[in-house]
Design a protein. Structure first.
Length: 355
């Protein structure tokens, strides 16, 4: 059975990291006979420069028709002054909405070889193995907003946060199901002491929980959760939260692992799903061949697992990443005395050779 994958490099380091991940996918294809077919599409600032829109209709249509999408990163300072509705970030937001990618899974697992790289003390960092389940197509990201208006003679702007019961039910179910396949614990994160949306969130999560009696549920306020991630991150199994809190907490959780360059994500839709590293386009190092491709390579492993259902190939890619790290290969963000400093391309080769 052949599989079609749309690759969207995007902007900045997007090109380099997706090239690296495709190389590793091709190694997995050669070993496991996956019959992968890659096509390339534009999005982000690069697409804006070419077509005047960050998300061309053709890109969205190609993604809808594909078995899976591999996404690099979008954004860059040169587009800072572009009209808000045409900013590069609109590409990823438009893809999430257009493909109905309602859940973003962001696993954070500290590779044994990288415990010392965590900004946390090794005894706190060791054993961290959690997944953030972030709601991705609702909340304040997609609420009504006003860029500027006059009110009593002063300028103001506003963004509206809203969540419906079905939106929360859908993400809560996925979180409980994810926990059933892991250690059976869900932490739901909100700000129910202040926000109405959070109170509806909490009430709905509790109702859904009734169908998942084998899973343990706890609630945390987002400020407390941010603190707990820094003082005792190993306590978490599955964290489920809304769009904005999930954006913030997943960066925090990522850095616990040593480098944000390591963290993959899967954005799950009813039909097609999309896979991307959680870091951005890093324009400051773009084009130098030094970006860490492992977050994208691990995203490709998630693609193999969740969209193509080739578990063995996914395991092989993840094991190859672990082995390359254990063998001392490091891109500059993770380099230390005694390790071998490698380029993006050389890291991809090292992983591909170990698949
Ligand atoms: C992420 C990113 C995006 C987000 C940006 C690029 C719009 O930070 O995927 O976490 O805020 O969701
Ligand atoms: Mg983010």
């Amino acid at each position: 059975m052949s599989h079609s994958i749309v690759v969207i490099p995007g902007d900045g380091i997007g090109q380099e990291i997706t090239t690296a991940a495709v190389q590793v996918l091709q190694a997995a294809d050669a070993k496991f006979g996956l019959d992968l077919h890659f096509t390339y599409q534009d999005a982000g600032g690069t697409a804006y420069d070419k077509y005047g829109t960050p998300l061309p209709e053709e890109t969205l249509a190609a993604c809808r028709a594909a078995d899976a999408v591999l996404f690099g990163a979008v954004g860059g300072n040169q587009w800072d002054n572009v009209e808000p509705s045409l900013r590069p970030e609109k590409a990823i937001l438009g893809l999430r909405k257009g493909l109905g990618l309602y859940a973003n899974l962001r696993p954070v697992k500290i590779e044994p070889a990288l415990v010392d790289y965590s900004p946390l003390k090794p005894e706190l960092a060791r054993g961290v193995d959690l997944v953030i389940v972030r709601e991705l197509v609702g909340g304040i990201y997609f609420g009504e907003r006003c860029e500027s208006e006059q009110h009593d003679g002063v300028e103001r702007a506003w963004d509206l946060e809203n969540y419906s019961v079905p939106e929360v039910e859908r993400i809560a179910k996925l979180a409980f199901q994810t926990a059933q396949l892991r250690r059976g614990r869900v932490t739901s994160v909100d700000k129910a002491n202040v926000l109405a949306t959070s109170r509806l969130w909490r009430r709905t999560v509790e109702q859904v929980h009734a169908q998942y009696a084998d899973v343990e549920l706890q609630h945390l306020y987002v400020d407390n959760c941010a603190m707990q991630l820094a003082v005792r991150p190993a306590q978490f199994d599955v964290i489920v939260t809304g769009n904005l809190f999930g954006d913030i907490l997943s960066d925090e959780a990522a850095v616990v692992g040593g480098s944000i360059g390591m963290l993959p994500s899967a954005s799950i839709g009813a039909q097609t799903s999309l896979y991307e590293p959680i870091h951005g386009s890093a324009p400051d190092i773009a084009g130098q061949g030094i970006a860490n491709p492992l977050g994208t390579i691990l995203s490709a492993a998630m693609l193999l697992r969740y969209s193509l259902h080739v578990e063995q190939a996914a395991d092989a890619v993840e094991a190859a990443v672990r082995q390359a790290l254990a063998d001392g290969y490091r891109t500059v963000d993770l380099w230390r005395e005694g390790c071998q400093k490698v380029s993006t391309e050389a890291m991809a080769e090292a992983v591909a050779a170990r698949v």
